[in-house]
Write a protein that binds this ligand. Structure first.
Ligand code: SER
Length: 316
């Protein structure tokens, strides 16, 4: 396998690159980065290239140089930052994906591309959100996710591009910070609990959202890509779920380890985004088709996050 990860300095890319290198060999996984410097682990463990997805020639050069057969295209602007710069979100999220799919058509490589719970909108059923349902997202990020899903399906049907996708929930991790999402509170809260013992939350206490711990997100992504082609029945994007919780529920879980931890709620513009997203996703199609199963529940995720972050912040 010769793999290219575009967005290898991002929250998911930085962990996925390392995981893929462990599985398929360091030299078989090229980390594609842009302006954000990669982690030391990514930088020191294998090949590194500058790859801006909106520059098709740049992507093509790297695909040819390494004879790439699989691309994980993760570069994207998230929901909150996308609302601040909708033009850039459209450009990076849509044109970047179209360039990758166009090159996949020519070079025959396999593609992973992440969609999100943000592909759903205020008209979507918010509990047990079905695989196929009303989408109508209200953010530019969500619009690029729905359009991207349709584009993936189109390239599969029309040109036979083997493109696979997951609708990620909010991903919780301790290694690399996410860049401007609505679910980011669920990471910030851990840093502030350890560093300050208090947190000012930008969502309301009862804003339940679908979430997932990074090891489960890694497993889902790799399992989907390793599944036999005939098992993949959905070529837009699969609903994917693990746990759902509200800020108050997460706070209570952290408080079990840090009894003096305090929280205040000061919802900002991100509340409206959260209110337009599902609370609990039905991912039975992924479970049926290619055997998806999550491992981490809320207590296990919280315990591991606190342990790893304490180590990282030198407070173990
Ligand atoms: N975590 C993302 C965000 O909040 C959702 O895909 O934007």
């Amino acid at each position: 396998m010769k793999i290219l990860v575009i967005g290898a300095a991002g929250q998911i890319g930085s962990e996925l690159t390392v995981e893929l290198r462990k599985r398929y060999g360091n030299n078989n996984v090229v980390a594609g980065i842009r302006k954000t410097p990669p982690s030391e682990e990514v930088k020191n463990s294998g090949p590194l290239e500058i790859v801006d997805a909106i520059n098709k020639d740049e992507v093509e050069r790297v695909v040819k140089k390494y004879s790439i057969d699989t691309v994980f295209h993760l570069a994207s602007l998230l929901s909150a930052v996308g609302e601040k710069n909708p033009d850039l979100a459209w450009d990076v999220n849509m044109n970047g994906l179209k360039n990758v799919l166009d090159l996949a058509k020519v070079y025959g490589f396999k593609v992973f591309w992440p969609s999100s719970i943000a592909a759903f909108g205020p008209d979507t059923p918010r509990v047990k959100t079905p695989q196929t349902t009303v989408m109508n997202p209200s953010t530019m990020y969500g619009i690029t996710k729905v359009a991207g899903e349709l584009l993936c399906n189109y390239y599969f049907q029309k040109f036979g591009v083997d493109v696979r996708s997951l609708r990620y929930p909010g991903i919780i991790s301790y290694k690399t910070l996410p860049g401007g999402g609505t679910t980011d509170y669920a990471i910030e809260i851990f840093y502030e609990a350890i560093k300050k013992g208090s947190y000012n939350c930008f969502l309301k206490s009862d804003s339940t959202l679908p979430m997932m711990y990074m090891p489960d997100a890694m497993k889902a992504t790799i399992d989907l890509m390793e599944a036999n082609k005939d098992k993949i029945k959905v070529r837009t994007s699969y609903n994917l779920a693990a746990i759902s919780f509200s800020p108050e529920e997460l706070y209570s879980e952290i408080k079990k380890s840090i009894p003096d931890f305090k929280i205040k709620y000061a919802p900002d513009f991100r509340q409206k985004i959260a209110d337009s997203w599902p609370k609990i996703i039905d991912d039975s199609k992924a479970r049926q088709d290619w055997g998806w199963k999550h491992e981490y529940d809320l207590p296990e995720m919280t315990k591991d996050m606190l342990e790893k972050l304490r180590e990282k912040l030198g407070q173990a």
